[in-house]
Design a protein around this ligand. Structure first.
Ligand SMILES: Cc1cc2nc3c(=O)[nH]c(=O)nc-3n(C[C@H](O)[C@H](O)[C@H](O)COP(=O)(O)OP(=O)(O)OC[C@H]3O[C@@H](n4cnc5c(N)ncnc54)[C@H](O)[C@@H]3O)c2cc1C
Length: 579
């Protein structure tokens, strides 16, 4: 139940979709030379497959446990995390001035992709830490950066993200945790935090010396709703300015959730300030917390879209191995009546190719988005805006791909897929969370049609559509999908009511994501044809063709859902729907 790192396809995506050579042409990313890029992709692949993948199963069966306030993980996790930190993998894209390597985000994505394919639940720990680094890098004070960043960059300390409360899920503005200024004494200028957060990923554990909680809370008299939210840095242990750990802060994990999947990731109910003495520092400006948290959420959303790719890769590899081995019936269309491996049957072929095409499409979209983020970091405003547009597409569709592919993985296994022993079920259970957290996929689609589509009066969307239109003339179905997306986008911007836009948002989001993924796969196929990635010369043209000829036309079939409007959805009132 191990796996082989998808290094060749990752390298192709990093080259073609992220455009690593263009990034390395800038001084900031000059170190991202081809040899280093290859060394990173192959090195992290070997590390993840060798050290983290073997813990995936035990992480699922034993999971994280809370014992007397301490989170215990199965044997091997602490050593595997130490090895990860010691080898410097956490620091790949971290700021150089704080001990990071300052490499492109696209390479950090490759690191996380490998870790998450090996062990999704475990990979949430570095994903959140990397998000915390970004939030502090952009919004922290010089003092906060000096104390916290180098330790978060190395992975010596970990980060968490605390938004959710029982009454405040998708509606973050409903949160009630409070932050009261401290006027005098040792902690003068800081805040006392009080409240309860739920579903906090890796909220408590002992793999790192300190845990840096980034907590959204309200200061006294702050405006209602999301305009009155501030961001606070709340460490488990209060450090001195030089980072020496001092007193334990007044915060604790009350309980761990019992979940469908990602059992090795402790999902904590966190209580802050039981004894009135939980100390936090304001990050950025008061009442500006959501904007600061969004810095963290954007990269987290990309990484959650990537989780779909991670699980899809793992599930696909396992299903293919099973399909090559399991023998059932002769192939119906063959004169040979000897039973064959199930991979010889047309419907299993369909499933396997679909799994491959969706996984590679998700990866192409992931690295394309990451490359746009990197260009944005280099000062390209158009690329930054395009990345903003792509984030909900990747988060929603990428995580949907994880679900579909891991479900197909079970189907390929037949009855054995439903039996936990086979391991296929774990991927499916783990894959159910990415469409929910980091803003549900419904919320992503709403973000697309209410915030991203209108960016620059629709200019950001129109530029993407125009570029795809120019570049897809040799792929008629894809060109048709691009035209559909452009027309629906125009209708949504000009004519559709808000209800109609939201009613069609999920279908529209899928159509746009499939269009961009198909376009990026087409670019991969051209590069392979031109001699890039010879190891993929045989498979890539076939998976791309499958994507363009089977998956793209299905996405075009969503047109009616995208444009059908809200009328039918409200024909029955809420009571009648339950009757
Ligand atoms: C395993 C796990 C780990 C998590 N980790 C973290 C973490 O580390 N930090 C953290 O802060 N949170 C975390 N979360 C919380 C997660 O982000 C929320 O569960 C998620 O945002 C959804 O909120 P909710 O559960 O309250 O669902 P609700 O907001 O109640 O949504 C329920 C349904 O209604 C839909 N819905 C709600 N509002 C709207 C609307 N306005 N328009 C359209 N549809 C809507 C949703 O799409 C969803 O389908 C985690 C959750 C889980 C399960």
């Amino acid at each position: 139940m191990s796996y082989t790192p998808a290094s060749a396809d990752q390298l192709l995506a990093i080259k073609v979709n992220a455009g690593i050579a263009g990034l390395a042409a800038h001084e900031r990313y000059a170190a991202a030379e081809p040899e280093l890029v290859e060394a990173i992709v192959e090195g992290i692949g070997a590390f993840a497959a060798g050290e983290w993948a073997p813990l995936n199963r035990i992480g699922d069966t034993e999971g994280a446990r809370l014992e007397n306030g301490v989170v215990r993980l199965p044997d091997g996790f602490a050593e595997a995390y130490r090895a990860y930190v010691a080898q410097g993998w956490n620091a790949i894209a971290g700021p150089v001035e704080h001990g990071g390597q300052g490499l492109p985000f696209a390479l950090a994505c490759a690191v996380l992709e490998n870790l998450g394919t090996a062990n999704l639940a475990f990979s949430l720990l570095p994903i959140l830490t990397v998000g915390a680094v970004e939030a502090l890098e952009h919004h922290g004070s010089a003092g906060q950066q000096a104390t916290y960043l180098s330790r978060l960059v190395s992975g010596e300390w970990s980060g968490t993200m605390n938004l959710t409360e029982p009454q405040a899920g998708s509606d973050v503005g409903a949160l009630r945790t409070t932050a009261t200024p401290i006027g005098e004494g040792e902690h003068s200028g800081k805040y006392r935090i009080a409240g309860q957060k739920i579903f906090i990923t890796w909220g408590e554990h002992e793999l790192t010396a300190n845990i840096v909680h980034l907590v959204l809370a309200r200061t006294p008299g702050s405006p209602e709703g999301s305009r009155g939210i501030s961001l606070f840095l709340v460490p488990k242990f209060l450090p001195d300015a030089d980072g020496t750990l001092g007193q334990r802060n007044d915060l604790r994990a009350v309980s761990l959730e019992h979940k469908l999947g990602i059992h090795a990731s402790p999902t904590c109910v966190m209580s802050y300030g039981d004894h009135g003495n939980c100390i936090g520092e304001l990050v950025g400006r008061e009442n500006d917390g959501l904007r600061a948290m969004f810095t963290m959420m954007n990269s987290a959303r990309i990484n959650v879209g990537a989780q779909g790719v991670m699980l899809a890769e793992r599930a696909m590899q396992q299903a293919i191995a099973y399909a090559q081995d399991r023998v059932q019936s002769p192939r119906a269309g063959s004169p040979d009546r000897a039973p064959v491996a199930i991979i010889e049957h047309p419907d299993v072929r369909r499933m396997v190719l679909r799994m491959k095409a969706l996984t590679e499409g998700g990866r192409a979209l992931l690295y394309y988005t990451a490359g746009q983020v990197d260009r944005g970091t280099l000062g390209d405003g158009d690329a930054k805006a395009r990345a903003d547009l792509l984030v909900p597409l990747l988060k929603a569709w990428g995580s949907d791909v994880g679900m579909e592919v891991s479900s197909l993985g079970i189907q390929v296994h037949g009855g054995m897929g439903f039996i936990e022993e086979s391991g296929a079920a774990q991927h499916f259970r783990d894959a159910r969370i990415p469409p929910i957290y980091e803003g549900t996929n419904g919320i992503q689609a709403a973000d697309l049609v209410t915030r991203k589509l209108p960016l620059d009066n629709g200019g950001v969307f129109a530029a993407l559509m125009a570029e795809m239109e120019r570049d897809t003339a040799d792929a008629p179905a894809l060109a048709g999908l691009v035209k559909d997306c452009a027309e629906i986008g125009g209708w949504m911007l000009r004519d559709a009511s808000l209800d109609d836009r939201l009613a069609g948002s999920v279908a529209f989001c899928t159509m746009c994501a499939v269009a961009v993924a198909g376009w990026q796969l087409l670019r991969q196929a051209r590069a392979v044809e031109a001699g890039e990635a010879p190891a993929l010369a045989e498979t890539k043209p076939v998976t791309v063709r499958f994507f363009l000829e089977r998956i793209v036309p299905e996405a075009r079939g969503l047109l009616a859902s995208a444009t059908g409007g809200a009328g039918l959805l409200y024909q029955l009132d809420a009571k009648a729907l339950g009757g």
